[in-house]
Design a binder for this molecule. Sequence first.
Ligand SMILES: Nc1ncnc2c1ncn2[C@@H]1O[C@H](COP(=O)(O)OP(=O)(O)OP(=O)(O)O)[C@@H](O)[C@H]1O
Ligand SMILES: [Mg+2]
Length: 605
Amino acid sequence: MRTLRFILAEYKANLRWFVIGISALIIGALAQTVAPIYIKLAVDAASPEGFVSEEGLAGRIALATMMTAPERSERFVLVCLGMVALTALIVALATFYKRYYLVRISRRTEYTLKKRMYARLQDMPARWYDHTRSGGVMSLMTSDIEAVRMMIGPAVMYIGGTVIMFPASLAIMLSLNWMLTLLALIPLVGLSAATIWFNPRVRKYSLRSQEDLEQLSARAQENFAGARVVKAFSREDFEIAELQRLGDTYLENKLGQARNQALFQACIWGFSGVGVLIILYFGAIEVSAGRSSVGDMAAFMLYNLGLYWPMIALGWVTMLFVRASASLKRIDAMTEVASDPSRLAGGLKPTSLRGEVEFQDVSLRYSDDAPPALVDVNFHVAPGRTLGIVGQVGSGKSTIANLLLRLLAPTSGRVLIDGMPIEQLDAHVLRGFMGYVPQDSFLFSDTIANNIALALPADDAGRDAAVRKAAQAAEFEAEVLTLPQGYDTMLGERGVNLSGGQKQRAAIARALAAKPTILVLDDCLSAVDTDTEERILRNLKAETRDITTIIISQRISGVSHADEIIVLDQGRVAQRGSDAELRAGGGLYAELARRQELAAELAHE
Ligand SMILES: Nc1ncnc2c1ncn2[C@@H]1O[C@H](COP(=O)(O)OP(=O)(O)OP(=O)(O)O)[C@@H](O)[C@H]1O
Ligand SMILES: [Mg+2]
């Protein structure tokens, strides 16, 4: 039902093309159906014992279209041949318009669906990405949309043709010789049985192999992305075996599909062969009894094939329809996920922010059955000040960063920016004021310059200068300049791969280049040595004098310069104060500081 509604909506949206395409389809199918009549008339007019009749449906069609009464003459044979040529021309033209416009609609559907899905992909709530496999999304964007396209275009094209040709052919055949028609239909019963037997089997194997293929590509893609891990843990053999297993079932199902299809094809040819024999045998009897003409037999032979084609098309189209329905369901499921609330338009759009940040009793649970990631977190950062957040792994530091960017919403409590609840601010405007360095610095396969300038408008005249200044502050420029193409070096995919520390510094430069009012640094110095860390922190201090900075670190050295530091322990603020106060106060911070300094000393020896 939903599938039908979808198809109708697509045709309605492209009504002009649909009308052209369907008109061409109808005209073409009718021309194709009447063509054998002229062949029959030509044969009868040329053969000595043939008779030319003006009665019956065939005769009436002939009279109506030929503007000359059937007669036994050379001239009439030529007129018939002219009509055959004319119908061939009409069929040719109609085929072009039918295919072009119906396919055009289907390509249009594919285009809009893809566009909508891409937009949707950007619009999913941050949590959705946590539990969605990229392989699944890939197959949604490719094979599912393809299945829908096949249904909108080719499937309707074939079924439309047969819906017209089957009854029209049958009517003409019956008018020529009803006995012969009924006899010629006998093999069709067998073919119907074959269709009913083979189609569900072909469909079953086809759907299964489709699923196998999805799993296979998802697995292969993950393997490729995680190739280093696979190698490092010597899991190659296991992964190869796993891929092989998936490949084996895929092959098995594909072979099952091919076997059933081949058998079905064999049935089609077998039964249509029987049809030909019946027409020849009984046709000969009818001709010699004077109840039929040789021309009738010629027409029957042509119509015979026309009767089989609809059966084949019907099976194929049902399969396309079933596949497309399943695909539409998956597409709908993605469409139905609630939009990222922060992307919903609207909200306050301040033109400037002072950069005051406040958490009021913020608690957050990722899911109902998970322990809370944050519990009653309170802090206040005045504009231009720096807040340090330390804590052990899993203590909730990144969760705070995500809350500040509205990538998450608190379960209870409030996050305030300049005294305004964060959810009242337009998310785009808010993020425009923020600089963010995520914990796992992600870079695009683009040039270094473009990666750093990500947040800058493309036509920004001071873009290059801003990129360089930011790279300098991130202590990244010296290394960039050693690369042969400098800032124009391509990263990732087919470009240079940066080290972990270099990536982190590129990400810091990216955040700084945006000249943010609030800067959030999530453990972004974990992969650089302590000397570089110190230099970057010094630069940052100079660069971010007026910028409210939230700096997250597992290392005490990363936060010790902050105006205030909070220590997180299992989602709770365990301690707060300045570096000096916290060291003096004992507890978790002093313990962490002591341990990390000891480790550093050991490393230096
Ligand atoms: N997307 C998520 N879905 C479910 N649980 C999550 C998710 N992200 C984090 N958690 C859980 O929330 C808790 C806090 O995670 P968070 O990432 O904030 O820790 P963190 O302090 O940043 O740790 P690290 O120092 O390792 O980066 C952890 O117990 C973690 O398992
Ligand atoms: Mg983290």
